[in-house]
Design a binder for this molecule. Sequence first.
Ligand code: S3P
Length: 173
Amino acid sequence: MTKHVFLIGFMGCGKTYWGSWLAERVSCPFIDLDRRIELHEQKTISDIFREAGESGFRELERRYLHKLKDIAPAVIATGGGAPCFFDNLSRMRSIGIIIYLRTPVEVLFERLKTGKAERPLLKDLNDYVLSGFIRERLETREPFYLQADYILEYAEDHDLFAEKLLDVIRNGH
Ligand code: S3P
């Protein structure tokens, strides 16, 4: 690969799973931006939200995203909000290709019901509120996500989705 591959999309869409899968397939490094922030800051994302609020987290997210221009091409899973703040999306575009993992609300809901504890934006929501939150937040975020270079629609079949993802890399990269 000659440039980064950014996976973007809502929480629970599988950016981390597919990012590490893809990186292994194409033999290049995998970076999960949130884990990188946690590692370098020596704090969890929840700690950062608690201490500095969402705005503090967004500043850090932007800073770590900007730093990616100095490293070798990698597959990068971004946090769900990353493309929706500052100039992050155009920054990503200038150093890589962007793939949106577009996932139906129902699928996100099923996954996030069990994965909300470690996500500060979701941890206090009961299931009923969670479903409305996903719907609303996705609506405001999709205009950003849809600016990706490639939009990969969710497929229940793992192998089918894997093939679609590899196609983008083989043909579009
Ligand atoms: C966020 C998504 C999270 C993390 C933070 C905020 C968001 O990442 O960056 O909790 O605003 O959507 P994941 O998309 O990996 O859950």
